[in-house]
Each structure stands twice: as structure tokens, then as C-alpha cells.
Design a protein around this ligand. Sequence first.
Ligand code: SF4
Length: 422
Amino acid sequence: MREDFLHFLWRWRRFDASKQFTSDGQPLEILHPGEPNLHAGPDFFNARIRLNETLWAGNVEIHLNASDWLAHRHDTDPAYDNVILHVVFDEDQRLCRSNGEPLPCFVLRDRIPPQLLEKYFRLEHERAWVPCEKSLNAVPNIVRLNWLDRLLVERLEQKTESIAQVVAAAGQHWEEAFYRVLARNFGLKVNVEPFEALARALPLRLLAKHQDHLFQLEALLFGQAGLLSEKFEDDYPKALAKEYQFLQHKYDLQPLPAGQWKFFRLRPAGFPTIRLAQFAALAHRSAHLFSQLLETTNTAETEQLFTAEISAYWRTHFRFDKTAAGRAKPLGREFVHLLLINTVAPFLFHYGRTKGLPDLQDRALRLLEELPPETNTVVDGWVKRGQRAANASQTQALLHLKTRYCDVKRCLECAIGNAILR
Ligand code: SF4
């Protein structure tokens, strides 16, 4: 058993509450269990109890064994002087406060309903892909939908933390920060770091100077990426390399090492060369994507803003000097949707929150609601367990649920887990 199960029992009073006494026989009435404390110090603040007809207000500390109080050195920590009740599974030791008074102790061991205990152990020890999968479909739909809504906001809030760091690093220049976050998401997990490094090494203002010339944008991007230093056979990369030499000298640029780009296990359409060509196409479309994004009013317009044609060479090649068997796509619709989901929606959400513009936050949520559900292994896993998502907002919530809750067994903090344990 983990201590957080005792927290759960105490917080929601899910124990046998009849004839409550402390371990030394004082009648106990729990008026309010207190508020969970997520920081250092006692586990619950501002609890209210009646002990032997005396009303007490203060903090509650919870442990599996009473002796944990000493093991954690609470006996010498003034932050615990205001503890009015020690709640334990087992009282293996009688304790006193620092002034010598007995510390009232409430023992849960024989008060936990057996059915609840059984369900808890089943969740705790189940090794399935989703530990609760056998009970999942019995959870009321309204509980599931409300929980997914909350998870989506939690996910966006977490994403905005890393966006805030990029905005700070870009000196509060929102357009530059958007460009960097967009570049990072062009890396699609495998090439996130090199894309990030590339955007830092090639500021947007420099790309903006060449916005009208797709060829020069490609020279800058492929050159700075370190991908133009080989001996080429095709005329096109030879010309790009020549152009880059000129621009490199002009702007005093240092290319990144080519070896950091990963091609292994990627489908040709996802090769970094294709992503760079697509990124160049987008930079060619606009050097002020973020400002334009703020002017769009609906999902179709937003999607259109991120749709761009790649140059002729990349329609027939996946790498330099290698003709493609198939046809390389422009920014495919599915990829544009990924950009809207992973870059645009979180960025709008963060911008709306920072600037006090709730309409923009709503727009970010609406955008996710209007985009189709994503397809990936996690989403497939949920579908196999009867959890089909209606849109990208739900797939994002399900991804968050799986990685941030199910995989780390946070069932007691999960609304679905709580519904199962009822
Ligand atoms: S976190 Fe929630 S959804 Fe995931 S296994 Fe636990 S109870 Fe189920």
C-alpha cells in the first residue's frame, strides 16, 4: 500500500466513520479533513476536528506507520508543531509532541472497506497497458468527458511552461519565439534538438530578409543545418551550396554539425531534408506567421496559413542526389494538423493567458475541438479499449492521461480512478 491511498481515504472520508476514537480512546469527530498540501510541510492544512468535546483547527499528517513521524524527523521540525491529528494505517509506536503531550493518533487499519481495498490493490498491481482497463467502460461517460476536458487544459498549461521559456529566451519577441517553437515541432520527436538549434542559429529577422526567394531560404536553412558540405552530383544542391557560401560569408554564419540530423527509421516523407524544405516553404509564405495567425478567425483560415508548396527539386527527391521513388508531398494535411495541435494551439493559449485575452484561449481550445483525432500508437491503444476520441482535443487529453497518469499510476488523482474506487 502507498501513502497516497491513505491521503485519498482521508480526503474523501472513504473509511468506516462510525464510532471514531483516537488510539488513546478520545472520541473524535472530523468536521473537515483540511486542504491537501502539495508543498513541504504537513499533508493537510486547516483541518477541523472535535476531540473530546474540544474544537481543534490545524494540520493533519498522514503516514503508513506512526514511527514514520520520527523517521522523517517531524519531531524536531517546527513546521509540524501545529499538527492536531496523526492519521496512520498502523500505530506501531506511541508518539508525543515536542512539549511532551501525546500526539492524537487515528488508525485506519480496520476502517477501510474490504471492497475498496480490493479495487485499490487491483489497480495498484495490474500490469495491463491501462491498469483500469477492465473497469474502464463501466465509468459514466459524463465523468470521462469532464475529465478529458480538465486533462486538456492541464496539458496546455504544461506545454505553455516550455513556451514561456522560449519567449523569455527570445527577449519577449513573440514572432521570433513562435518561429522557434514551430521549428522545434518540425523535428517531430526525432529531430527536435537539431531543428531547435537551427532556429536559434538562424534568427527569423535573417530569414525575413530573404523571404521572397525560396532558393535563398533553402540555401540558408540547409547550409546552416550543415547539409551542404558534401560533394554533390545534382546541380541543385551544388547551386544551393554556392549560394550558402556567399550568405555564410555575408552574415558570418557557423553551420551546425550535419551528424546530428537523424534519418534512421524515418519514412522518406519524414526525412529532415523534406522537413527543412517544408520549413523553407513556410518561411517563404510569410515571415510574420504569428501576426497573421492572430488575424485568422476560423480553423480553415488557420489551416490555410500553414499550407505551402515546396520547391520543385523536393517534389522528386527525398535527399540530395537521390531521386524519390514516390512523390514527396508539400506540407501534407496531417502534418499541418500536427503543427496546429502541437504549436499553434498551445502558443495561442499561452499568448491569450499572458496578455489577458481569454478569447484567444477559447480559440485554442476550439481549434483542437475542430481538428480530427490524431492517429498514433497511444490513441490506437485507447481505441482498442473502447475509448474512441471524437477530435484532437480528446486525443491530446488521452495522450496526457496515458503518459502523465496511467503510466505512473496516478489513479488516485484521476477522475476515472476515483469513479472506479467509489
Ligand atoms: S490513471 Fe485513470 S485511466 Fe489511467 S489506469 Fe489509472 S484509473 Fe485508469
